[in-house]
Design a protein. Structure first.
Length: 124
C-alpha cells in the first residue's frame, strides 16, 4: 500500500481513504483478511490508535468486518463495494469539474477535453 500521508489533514481520515481505495479497486479483494492494526500502523508509520480509529470507521461503513478469533476481513458485499467506488469516483469528478470550471471550461469543453484525453491515452 502507498502510505503518502499529508500533515495538513487528519491522518485517520487519510488512512480511511487509502484503505477504501484498496478495497474498491480490488487490491484488497472481498473476503480477504486484513493485516493487524499493529502491523498496518507500523507499515504506515502511524500510531496504532490512529489505525484502530480508521478500522473502526471502516467497520461502521461495513466495508470491514471483525471475526472475534480470526481477525478483520474485507466485506463480501459487492453492491456496497460498488456503491462506495461510485461515491469516491463521483467526489473526485466533482473536484475535477470544479477546477475545470475555474479555468473557464464550459460543460461542453470539459466533455471534449476528457474525450480527447481518453483517446490519446488509448492510442498511446
Amino acid at each position: 500500500m502507498s502510505w503518502k500521508l499529508d500533515s495538513d489533514r487528519p491522518i485517520y481520515t487519510q488512512l480511511i481513504e487509502i484503505l477504501k481505495i484498496e478495497i474498491v479497486s480490488g487490491k484488497l479483494p472481498p473476503g480477504s483478511k486484513f493485516k493487524s492494526v499493529r502491523d498496518l500502523a507500523m507499515e504506515a508509520g502511524v500510531n496504532p490508535n490512529t489505525m484502530q480509529r480508521a478500522f473502526a470507521e471502516l467497520e461502521d461503513l461495513e466495508l470491514l468486518r471483525t471475526e472475534r478469533t480470526s481477525g478483520r476481513f474485507v466485506t463480501e458485499d459487492a453492491e456496497l463495494i460498488g456503491k462506495t467506488r461510485d461515491a469516491i469516483a463521483s467526489a473526485q469528478f466533482d473536484l475535477f469539474a470544479e477546477k475545470m470550471e475555474q479555468l473557464g471550461f464550459s460543460k461542453r469543453e470539459l466533455v471534449d477535453f476528457v474525450n480527447k484525453k481518453v483517446e490519446v491515452e488509448s492510442d498511446g
